[in-house]
Write a protein that binds this ligand. Sequence first.
Ligand SMILES: [Zn+2]
Length: 322
Amino acid sequence: MMRAIAFALLLSLAASAGAGHAQDAAAPKADTDTLDPTPPGSLNPVSLPPLLNPDSPTIPAKELFGRKPTPFPGPPLSIGSYADGCLAGGVPLPISGPAWQVMRLSRNRNWGTPNLIGFLERFGKAAQKVGWSGLLIGDMSQPRGGPMITGHASHQVGLDSDIWFTPMPNHVLTREEREFDGAVDMVAADRLDVDPKVWTHTRTDLIRTASEDPAVTRIFVNAAIKKAMCREAGSDSGWLAKVRPWWGHAEHFHVRIACPADSPECKPQPPPEPGDGCGHELDFWFKESTLHPAPPLIPEKPKPALTLAGLPVACKQIVRAP
Ligand SMILES: [Zn+2]
């Protein structure tokens, strides 16, 4: 009964949220996350004190969503855009499966829509067919999605997952191993190409396998990794259209799937530019000023944190519900 009431409330709020909301998810800044700077084991959102008044208009939305340990009940809904939204009816990816294991359990970020869970199950199996032992899963979304206290700009609507470039070992990892084992940087010290000591062609096959899943709309990797995959793909490079270069993403890649058909408030991203994005399109990433940017003469003011007012209206209901 409580669930039914909560969901009816949510739907009425979602309907009133309107269409012209917030920023465009296609803007490059909002396209994906940066490398998560959180040291392993340093974050346990569930144990932080619930000292915050959700009605304060200045409280950053990440402080509210980052402290919700449980999902919002009811049917799954992605609300808003990848970098500005939230999640109802989130489901957890089991921490161990036939073709995956979840890392960094203390973060409680192994949540998503059933579409994302279904994709990861499918992808794990398909990856094993190209010789990859299984997936190590990094951050997905928080139980109710929304912005995070540390790390990402996106991952807010249960449709994004980070996956390590390290293959799954052949034993079930302990909690400690999942918390403290490190992922391997695939990019050479000069950041111009992959590190041949660790990069293998199987990783190109792995990314290609993900790109061929019809649910996938984008895969973000470091530009040096994209360059290597362009080289290895040769003329058979059409699949690389979904694989976009981004900062970081040298020891993990980020897979984004499309808005679920039954999430009317989910804001899709436009399809990627046509073409494989290889060759000169990568030049920007290897310029001296991109690789080693000069510090700004006047330090940039940090942007004020997103508050609930900046999120779709329905997200207020999602984060305030017990
Ligand atoms: Zn990511």
